[in-house]
Design a protein around this ligand. Structure first.
Ligand SMILES: [Zn+2]
Length: 503
């Protein structure tokens, strides 16, 4: 009799437990869906318009306008109930960052000597033909242009673009990258330090050049070292053609020859040009990451953090050429903010802590992610994964990629998509064998030993105005951004609530 009643009461207890759980699950699901549907493309479009507003002047890291955009984002997070996780109870993690303001578009001219001794001056147009150096010294240089290939001096690799060539007081003309191209091959690690824009301008200055024309496309590039007496300008195909005109040479042909032979092919072009840059240096600059969190509620699991991040800064305003940074990367920031709002306002109890990291200084050399990984607010060992969003706001398909250390986590995203979103979706494992220059905040975290993931959008992507004035709030599709935010929201609830995570 006694054992029967024990079994009976056990059964009763089990039934009660199951029905309570079922009830809770249903209530939870209703709550989850309510806030899922609160994420709207209209709201996303509104947040995009704000971030792309001229008042933030292209959000160049260090500028007062960037800081104003960071304060706005922090204020929104705070209003939604996200807690600060930066320095001294604030949303901000500050670091030093000198920066340069480009006051006007400057000037690029070619001086064409005629047979009768006269000189015709050809002036180029910005941004169609050239782009002012976003970190140029202030001043004017008129000098002969000397072609220096890749602008690399690598004695241990027996390669020097400046060998036997005099560039003192001259304008050097050079290309991006290095002669060795296979970033998946460990050999690339010997070349990697020579492919940075910063290195190239510093090496030109070491050789006494007074100016630099960088064949990196005529778009904004603040990711280059500032050197007081070095006048820098980015050029597109038109001035490049004019420099090579009549010389019986061609930039592309020379490069492919260098890439095959590893023999430099530098030469003085005989062409004289003028570069004028009107810039102001702010050596006292500081910038910041914006960090917010929703604290976990489980006494043990709350120590574990899931970080989602994207860069808030953009490339600024090159003397009237405002690049609002809509697709790159207001889109990633807004996706994170919309998901943060839904998660915080739902009040759903998450066991783990969720962290929102809006990064400063990406466009000037991944400074914000480097600063965070060297000064982590949450221990690396307790970080479940860092998920990066950069240019996530265009196209019709979703893609989630993970480092080999956490491919299992992509399952949380595909489940969310299969159940509620129904977009075409791809998942992939990002290769660990990469020896090139890290070109995203995600790769900075990966190099520091974090498990990393990235979310992107694919298929039918609209034309991308990369680092150009066309990259404003009209460069994105709010409907796909709504679904990205919804996918983050749903997968984060699952990831942050699971008793055990499957990596
Ligand atoms: Zn970006």
């Amino acid at each position: 009799m006694r054992s029967v009643s024990v079994i009976k009461s056990l059964l009763l207890a089990l039934t009660l437990t199951f029905s309570t759980t079922a009830y809770t699950q249903q209530a939870d699901e209703q709550l989850i869906l309510k806030h899922f549907h609160s994420i709207s493309s209209e709201e996303i479009a509104g947040l995009m318009t704000e971030l792309c507003s001229p008042k933030y002047n292209g959000r160049l890291a260090g500028t007062p306008e960037y800081i104003a955009s960071a304060e706005w984002a922090a204020g929104m997070l705070h209003g939604w109930g996200v807690k600060p996780a930066g320095d001294n109870g604030s949303f901000f993690q500050w670091f030093d960052h000198p920066y340069t303001v480009v006051n006007d578009i400057g000037m690029l001219q070619l001086h064409l000597s005629q047979k009768d001794g006269s000189v015709i001056v050809k002036s180029y147009k910005a941004p169609e033909e050239y782009y002012p150096g976003m970190n140029s010294g202030n001043g004017t240089v008129t000098a002969e242009v000397v072609f220096v290939g890749y602008g690399v001096t690598a004695p241990e690799l027996n390669y020097d673009d400046y060998r036997d060539i005099d560039v003192k007081g001259k304008i050097v003309l050079m290309n991006r990258d290095v002669p060795y191209k296979d970033v998946r091959n460990p050999v690339y690690s010997k070349w990697v330090n020579y492919c940075y824009h910063q290195y190239k301008v510093e090496n030109a200055a070491r050789h006494g050049a007074a100016g630099m024309l960088y064949i990196d496309g005529n778009s904004a590039n603040p990711n280059i070292s500032y050197i007081e007496n070095m006048i820098v300008c980015g050029i597109g195909p038109v001035p490049l053609q004019d420099i090579f005109a009549g010389l019986g040479k061609d930039n592309a042909a020379i490069l492919s020859q260098i890439d095959k032979s590893f023999k430099p092919a530098s030469f003085a072009t005989g062409k004289v040009m003028t570069i004028k840059a009107n810039t102001t240096r702010h050596a006292e600059g500081k910038t910041c990451n914006v960090i917010g969190m929703i604290e976990g509620t489980d006494p043990t699991l709350k120590e574990e953090v899931i970080i989602i991040g994207g860069h808030l800064d953009a490339v600024g305003n090159g003397g009237g050429l405002l690049v609002a940074g809509g697709y790159d990367n207001a889109s990633g920031v807004v996706d994170i903010m919309a998901a943060a709002k839904a998660l915080a306002q739902s009040g759903i109890k998450l066991k783990r802590t969720v962290v929102f990291l809006l990064i400063g200084g990406e466009e000037v050399g991944l400074l914000g992610s480097k600063y965070y990984t060297r000064n982590p607010i949450f221990p690396k060992e307790k970080t479940v994964t860092y998920i990066n969003l950069d240019m996530v706001g265009n196209g019709t398909g979703l893609a989630v990629s993970a480092s080999a250390t956490c491919t299992g986590l992509t399952e949380y995203f595909t489940t969310a998509n299969d159940k509620y979103i129904h977009r075409m979706m791809r998942t992939s494992t990002s290769s660990g064998s990469f020896y090139g220059r890290p070109r995203s905040d995600g790769l900075v975290f990966l190099a520091e030993g974090y498990r990393t993931m990235s979310i992107s959008t694919t298929d039918g992507v609209k034309p991308v105005f990369y680092h150009l004035p066309g990259d404003d709030e009209t460069a994105v599709t709010p409907e796909i951004m709504e679904d990205v935010a919804k996918m983050i929201y749903l997968s984060f609830i699952e990831m942050a609530s699971a008793n055990t995570l499957i990596y």
